[in-house]
Design a protein around this ligand. Sequence first.
Ligand code: NAP
Length: 284
Amino acid sequence: MTILITGATGQLGRLVIDSLLARGVAPSTIRAGARDIAKAADLAERGVQVVPLDYNAPETVAAAVDGADAVLLISGNEFGKRAAQHQAVIDAARVAGVAKLVYTSAPKATTSDLVLAPEHKATEEAITASGVPAVILRNNWYTENYLADVARAKETGVIATGAGEGRVASASRADYAEAAAIVLTEDGHIGQVHELAGDVAWNYDELAAAASEVVGRPVQYTSLSREEQAEALAGAGLDEGTIGFVTELDANIRDGALAETDGTLSRLLGRPTTPLVEGLRAAL
Ligand code: NAP
C-alpha cells in the first residue's frame, strides 16, 4: 500500500506524514509529493519516498500518482488557479486507478457563501465527476491562522476584526492532519463528506481572552465595521485586492460560515480536539 501526500512540504502535509508514521505506517510506503524536492530532504532522511509533484506540471503529477493506492490531495495555496491544479491530480488518480482519493476542502463547500468556497466546490464536483473513490475532508479553520493576531495583541492589547459576533470552530492543524492520516489508513470512508471542526465554536471575545492567557497581558476585542476594517488594513499598507478578500472573509465569519461543529472531528480522532488556548500556546 503506497500513500501519496501532495503539498507534502507544507505545514499540513508534514503533520500528516508525522501522523502516518506515528500510526506505524512504514516510511517507505509514504510518498511525499513536493514541487521543490530539496525542501523534502529531511523526509527522505526519515525513509519517506520523495517525488517531484507540481500541480502546474501534469507530467509530474501523473508520475507521482502512478502506483499510489491512496492519495491525499492537499488543496493548493495559489488562489484562482486551484481548480485547474486540483483537476490535474484528479485526472491522474482516475488514470492510475487510485483506490482512495482524499481531498482537503472547506466547510459546506458546495453551498457556502465563503469567499474561498468556489474553488473547493469545483474540485469536489470534479472528483464526483471523475468516479474516483473519494473522501472529502471539509476542514474548518486552523487555530494557527490566529497567530499573527495574537502576536500583534502581545504588542497592542487589542484584536480588531470585522467578524463581529461570528464564531469559529477552529482546531489545531495537527488535529486535521491526524484525521487525514486516519481516513487514509482506515478501511471505509469512501463516498463520505466529513465536516471537520473543533469541538468549540468560539467568538472573538473568547479569542481575546485566550490570547490574553497566552501572552500574559489583558487583550480586548474590538469589533470593526467593514469600512473601519478596510481603512485599518489600508493604513497597514495592504493592497485593494487583499483588503477586499479579508473584509469579505470576515463578513463570512460574521454571518456564521465557520460557526458549525457537530463533533465529527473528535469522534474520528477518538479524543477532544485541541482547545483554543492550548493550540495557540503550542503554535507560539
Ligand atoms: P501551506 O503550508 O501553505 O502548504 C501548501 C502546500 O501546497 C505547500 O507544500 C506548497 O509547496 C504546496 N503547493 C503550492 N503550490 C503548489 C504547486 N503548484 N504544486 C505543488 N504543490 C504546491 O498550507 P497548509 O497550512 O499546509 O494548508 C494546506 C492547505 O489548506 C493550503 O494550501 C490551503 O489550500 C488550505 N488552507 C486551509 C486553512 C484553514 O484554516 N483550513 C488555512 C490556510 C490554508 P511548497 O512547500 O513548495 O511551498
